[in-house]
Design a protein around this ligand. Sequence first.
Ligand code: F6P
Length: 535
Amino acid sequence: MKDMWAELARLGKASEDRSIAALMSDARAEAFSVEACGMRFDYAKTTMDEAARDHLIAMCAAAKLDEKRQAMFSGAPINETEGRAVLHTALRNLDGGSVMVDERDVMPKVLGTIGRMEGFARAVREGRFRGQGGPITDVVNIGIGGSDLGPAMATQALSTYHDGPRCHFVSNVDGAHIADILGPLDPTRTLVIVASKTFTTIETMTNAATAKAWMGQEVRDPAAQFVALSTAQDKTSEFGISETRVFGFADWVGGRYSMWGPIGMALLIAIGPRAFRAFLRGAEAMDRHFRNAEPHENMPVMLALTGIWHNQGCGHATRAVLPYEQRLARLPAYLQQLEMESNGKRVSMDGADLAVDSGPIVWGEPGTNGQHAFYQLIHQGTRVVPCEFMLAAEGFEEELQHQHRLLIANCLAQAEALMKGRSLDEAKALLEGKFKGDELERQARHRVFPGNRPSTMLLYPKLTPEVMGQIVALYEHRVFVEGVLLGINSFDQWGVELGKELAKALEPVVAGEASAEDKDASTATLIDWLQRHGA
Ligand code: F6P
């Protein structure tokens, strides 16, 4: 692999002077795009040429992608640092056969849990499961990271399908978050979902205790209006939640890959079992495509290879995710965890230092809002930011078709502008008559767009539950493929541990119950300042 990375870097370097606009042709627009599951992924507006693509595909073979993908889907313990299988795909395996872990078929339990979840969601939605004061009007999901970002993102994305109670999400340990959410709610008609794989996460357990106390002021048996989603059933009963309202899952479901099962409960209650199943089926269709399609026709593989090309090949450290879909406002935050917690690692599976940079820095905002904020840097800054646009053919607001046309035009225009740019001569031509001589030159230089900036475009018909499932599974598999090429374990997250340990030790210091003397001078001084100012 080392030689292949060196060759990739060489190809990346050689592409520096390559003009994307000059590469463009009808044939390229077809050949550098993939159609799958009714969606189209276009990567023609990048500097990747056929030689680079062939090399990237050869890297997949060298990294044994086929074998590793098969190992994941078949329940092998590929999360080697935690000794676990990685089987979020089993949670949406509605039509597939058995999936064996330790010689046991996990599917009967998975399907049984989906059935129980649906039964509970129906009871809430139909008013059969009631709070002390009557049918549930509001659901509050308390969780963080994968136990928040996925369901929160998808619930917002599918808001046009909501026909259940209102859903709210509390994650931050900052008391402002829970106070603002609970403030307007009626505790006698609120259901609290405590979503935590481990049921030990400090933020979630603190917020859960706060919610229980809040409810206890008006509700005789607050725990009766609580649900737990967790792998740790001993801890959920310690918290007082009856096992009839505990929805468990196995440790082979990673936190950031978990919204397909119990962690998706808030989404299920919001959109109902039928739409939730469509969401699962969308993901299942993408799984099938990922398992069967040849690399150059495989959407997750080509999305991953485009990412590898930009990051490790061309050296672009960040990636902007730009959904032209307001309801996908939380998608960039969700992808930050999915991609950066999965592939932000500095050693490979065998513990050796990575030969190349780890996964990219992911960020973004929906269009067109971002256009009026950070696109300035994307167009004219000195660093190149590969942009990943996403766009629906159709919106939901039938009476606002004109707005959807504007949205489409803006998205396509941004990708075109990034590619084409504007030369100094073109800028001068625009200003002639207004300025002359040196001043014309000076003014024109501010209006030059270097262009040749890469972008990709994911088109989908409409943001239905099924399409949403496809999109999320597409990104999950993209992260997997990138991880396989990098040779890392995409399924652990040791990098979050140190800060957690130190926070635990610092809390008594902040409270004035322990001394700050073993802290470094900067930290001790900061604590002192905070204490003198009210902490
Ligand atoms: O701190 C990171 C993390 O472990 C994530 O991986 C996970 O999604 C999140 O915390 C929440 O964990 P849990 O679901 O166990 O509360």
